[in-house]
Each structure stands twice: as C-alpha cells, then as structure tokens.
Design a protein around this ligand. Sequence first.
Ligand SMILES: [Zn+2]
Length: 248
Amino acid sequence: MAAIVVIAFVGGLVAGSFITAVAYRLPLGLSLAGPRSQCPACGAQIAAYDNVPVLSWLLLRGRARCCGVPISPRYPLTELALGVLFAVTVVVYWDEPAEAVIGLVFLTMLAAITLTDLEQRIIPNKILLVGAVLCLAIAAPTDPGGLPERAIAAAASGFVFFVVALAYPRGMGLGDVKLAATMGLFLGRAVAPAILAALLIGSAVGLALIARHGSGARKMAIPFGPFLALGGVIGLLAGDEVVDLYLG
Ligand SMILES: [Zn+2]
C-alpha cells in the first residue's frame, strides 16, 4: 500500500504542475501541447529542471531563474495540495479502484477551476466538459447501476445553484451552476453535504469580510468556485459517511 500511496502523491504533484499550466494557458487561448513553458515576465523558455513540481520553486526561492520575477506560491501550494489529496483519496477508496480514479480526476478538475476562478474569475466550460466526460467514461462500464443517481444529483445540484444564482446574481454566475451540476455527476448523493459545506464556508467568509470591511465588503466580488471546490473535496472524502449518518 505504501508504494501506491507514494506513487499517488507524486502523481498528484505532476497533475498539479500540469493544471497550473492549463489554468494559465486555457483562458489566454494558448495551446496546451504548444511550446515549452515561457516566463510570463521576460519570455525566456523555462528549462525542464526548473519546472520540477514544488522542488524547483523551493530551490529558486520563489523567483524565476531568468529574470528574478517572483513566482506565486500558489503554484507549488497547488501541486503540494493535489499530491496530498491524491494520496488521501487512494487510501479512502482503497477497495474501490474505479471510484478512486474518478476521485483523482475530480480533484484535478477542482484544482484547475480554483486557479482559473481565483486568477481570472472564470470557470472554463472546457475543463468542466473534460471532467464530466472522463467521469462518465469511467463510471459507465465500472458502475452502470450508479448512473441514475449521478444524473439525479447533477440535475438537483445544478437546479439548487441556478436558484441561488438568481437570488444572488452578483455573487454567483452560470459557471458556478455548471460546476455544481458537474460535482453532482462525480459525487452522486454525496454532492448534498458538499454543496452544504460550500455554502456554509462561503457564507462564513462573506460574513467575516463584512465584519472586517463593513458595507464595502458587499461590493467585493468573491469568486465562489473555490468554495465549491472545497465542498467537493469534503464530499469526496467524507460525503457518503455524512449522508449515511443523516439517513441513519
Ligand atoms: Zn523571466
């Protein structure tokens, strides 16, 4: 088991490194397969040995080798978070390999969306679509009986968020609605505690900002995608237990 967990951790680091590139390139319309990564400040090509997840950032002390421009700690932190979450997911879903793989796809999608929503306030359709297709491609042959539950969960959470978005048009967008629906597809019934957690954490942060900045906080548009992603992680790792607890 230990070897698999280490492989999952390293796989998470690599997936994190990949999605930071996706999150940067996709909204700019750049090709994912295209030329090697370039420094966004000076345009110099980034050597492979300076592109090692987490380690390169630490060795370079958070600065680009070419021109010394600071590299946001968001990138190594995303890689590290995905590494840890991949390892935990493999342990939690040890007896259900197909569910484990669906979980890894889900985490990768959530991390990519967190980055694009934080940096550019968008939840790209392409990322949701690739995630949904991969989820169905794995779930259809391995768990065909679970497909109706996934479909119902997707429709229900999409509808709930559509209503929430109508009520708070400034706080939520159609991207959040589509993300909530996609989360239902991945999580099935566990999407209920996931969305509840997202709304609770999002409201708590919103209230804290209002307490700190007064009415000015109402004008601050906080992207909601990262809260949904956080709820998604909770739903993935503990959602079924919460549902069982509630139904029991
Ligand atoms: Zn540079």
